[in-house]
Every structure is written in structure tokens, then in C-alpha cells.
Design a binder for this molecule. Structure first.
Ligand SMILES: Cc1ncc(C[n+]2csc(CCOP(=O)(O)OP(=O)(O)O)c2C)c(N)n1
Length: 329
């Protein structure tokens, strides 16, 4: 597939925004500005970018505890995201959710999720809605290889396969589930085998190569829109950081982190751009400036935003929807 310079630069910008967002919130966490836990996505940027660049605004994604990258790639507002991490009133959930609960229903982000694998059945529900409505939307479930051992992963795949739902299961195989290496919790070589066991066509690809991810999803998303889904795609990638910010990573072999950095998806794309276009550096520098400014603003916005007021604790807890009679069921 031939990519235009504009497309390549857009991929670069999205990956860089994810990386810099993560670096900034990690520093802000260490300086005591962010309560709760942070699970960083650094190293995995090519997956979210390559997948979400193929999605439309009204397509759905269901994310994970490591969800900042998915939300940014799907178009979330970084001011509202960062303010949410700060626990501020101006955040996506008015400061009540934090890092693991960023959601923006208006652009199809059904939520990050602190429960491992819980986004998978949510995406299947969205896929069922999309199929019933018949408007051609697709639903994407992001999850790690650790989540593929959860019971509802299997129920969700079975249901999606039986009902032929427009769902794409995206496994980010980053080699660790918390502190446990993949060979200790996965009795098979690949998660793709689990898709095949349910009759779901499954792909495997280099998740550190944004162009490879984009190309595969270009095909998979369009086939899913035509009703040929569901599909499973296992993207082999790397989690550079610990499971959470502050994890001392004693389980990681010495030297592994340095090795991973040689597979940096952002540097890989930068080198490709420099080889293809003589003046690429000018545009790359401009992107760095734009992203830095955007995130500096998000930091200021988050720091200066108010904390939630006490009475808001009970707001948005119960749906204010229609009352239904249940005795007819
Ligand atoms: C149902 C449930 N079980 C256990 C946990 C604790 N936990 C949090 S993350 C994690 C590992 C997840 O690994 P994986 O799905 O591979 O995602 P990754 O962290 O690698 O992105 C576990 C066991 C949880 N949050 N929810």
C-alpha cells in the first residue's frame, strides 16, 4: 500500500501525541499532581494509531486499563483526558473516574476499563447494536494477551461468531500480564489460535509497525463493514514501562528495556519519512512543536481547573432514563 506524505505525518503526530501525553502524565504523577494508578501505553503507540486511523467517528472502541493511547487515537480531547487524571471537575467524568474510566460516547469511546477484559463483551454489545441498526458501524475491543484467559473473553468471541457481529478483537500481545511473562500464563503460542477455535478468522502482525497495522486494518475494517466479521488481530508489541507507574519491574530480564527501545515504532516511522522525503525534518519538527504546545496547554488547563464540589458525588450515579415496567418480561 502506498501512503501519502500527509498520511504518514498524521500517523507520526498521533503516535507522538500518545507518547508525549504518557511522558507528561508520568512526570506529573511523580510530582504528586495525579491521584490513583497510571498504566502507561509507551511502546504500543503503533497499534492504537494504525487501528483507529481506519475508524469513523461513530465506530465504537472499548478500551482497557492501559487506555490513554486508544482514546487519543480515537480523537479524545487531551484537555479533558488530563483533567480527568487530575481528578478535576473539567475532566471527562467530572474527575470521578480517573485514568481507567475515560469515555466519550459522542465519538464512540465506550470507556477504558479497570476490569481486565471487560471491554470485550461491551464491544460485542455495541456490535450487536450496530448490526441491528444496519448503519455499517464496527466495534473494536482492545485487550492484552492476559485478558484472553478471562471467561467472558470466550463467551464474547463465541457470541460474536455465532451472531456474525461486526466486531474486531484486537489483542495487544505485549508479553506481560502484570508481572507474569506470557509463557507462564499462556499454554499456547498465540492468542490468534483462540480466535480460530471459535471459527473467527485471525491475523497476526508486527504491532510496532504502524504501516503494517494500518494496512491490515484497512482490509479487516472494510470486510467487517460488509458483514464478513467478526475478526481477531493479534498485534505483537512491547510494553516499555512497568505494569503501572512505580512498578520496579524486578521480573524483567536485565537489558530487555534497552532492546525494546531499538524497536521504537515512532523512530521507525521517522526514519522512513526521512528516507522518503528530503525535507521531512522540517515537518517533523513542526509536529513536535504543535504537540508540545497542545500538552503544555492541557497541563495548565488541568492544574487550574477546580476540584469537584462535594454535592457532585451523587450526580451521574443513577441513569435519569425512562422508567420501564418489568413485569411484562
Ligand atoms: C478481572 C480482573 N482480574 C485481575 C485484575 C488485576 N490485573 C490488572 S491488569 C492485569 C493484567 C492484564 O494483562 P493484559 O491483559 O495482558 O494487559 P496489559 O496490562 O499487558 O496491557 C491484571 C491481572 C483486574 N484488574 N481485573
Amino acid at each position: 500500500m502506498k501512503f501519502s506524505k500527509e498520511e504518514l505525518l498524521k500517523f507520526y503526530e498521533t503516535m507522538l501525541k500518545i507518547r508525549k501525553f504518557e511522558e507528561k502524565v508520568s512526570d506529573l504523577f511523580s510530582d504528586g499532581h495525579i491521584p490513583g494508578f497510571l498504566h502507561l501505553y509507551i511502546g504500543q503507540e503503533a497499534v492504537a494509531t494504525g487501528v483507529c486511523s481506519n475508524l469513523k467517528k461513530d465506530d465504537y472502541i472499548a478500551s482497557t486499563h492501559r487506555g490513554h493511547g486508544h482514546c487519543i487515537a480515537k480523537g479524545a480531547d487531551v484537555n479533558k483526558m488530563m483533567a480527568e487524571l487530575f481528578g478535576k471537575e473539567t475532566g471527562y467524568c467530572k474527575g470521578k473516574g480517573g485514568s481507567m474510566h475515560v469515555a466519550d460516547i459522542d465519538i464512540g469511546i465506550l470507556g477504558a476499563n479497570g476490569i481486565v477484559g471487560a471491554g470485550i463483551p461491551i464491544a460485542v454489545g455495541a456490535g450487536l447494536t450496530a448490526k441491528v441498526k444496519g448503519q455499517g458501524q464496527v466495534a473494536v475491543a482492545f485487550f492484552g494477551e492476559g485478558a484472553s484467559g478471562i471467561g467472558y473473553f470466550h463467551e464474547a468471541l463465541n457470541m460474536a461468531a455465532v451472531l456474525k457481529l461486526p466486531v474486531i478483537f484486537v489483542c495487544e500481545s505485549n508479553n506481560y500480564a502484570e508481572f507474569t511473562p506470557r509463557e507462564k500464563h499462556l499454554p499456547i503460542q498465540t492468542v490468534a489460535e483462540r480466535g480460530s477455535a471459535y471459527g473467527i478468522k485471525s491475523y497476526m502482525l508486527d504491532g510496532n509497525d504502524v504501516l503494517a497495522v494500518y494496512e491490515t486494518f484497512d482490509e479487516v475494517v472494510s470486510r467487517t463493514r460488509k458483514g464478513e466479521g467478526p475478526f481477531l488481530v493479534e498485534c505483537f508489541t512491547d510494553r516499555w514501562s512497568g505494569h503501572f507507574v512505580g512498578d520496579p519491574q524486578r521480573y524483567r530480564p536485565l537489558g530487555e528495556k534497552e532492546e525494546l527501545q531499538n524497536k521504537d515504532p515512532i523512530i521507525k516511522l521517522k526514519v522512513f519519512l526521512q528516507q522518503e522525503y528530503e525535507n521531512a525534518n522540517d515537518e517533523i519538527n513542526k509536529i513536535h512543536q504543535t504537540v508540545d504546545n497542545e500538552l503544555a496547554y492541557a497541563e495548565e488547563f488541568s492544574k487550574s481547573s477546580p476540584l469537584p464540589h462535594g454535592e457532585s458525588t451523587l450526580e451521574d450515579v443513577y441513569a435519569q432514563g425512562k422508567q420501564y415496567e418489568c413485569n411484562s418480561i
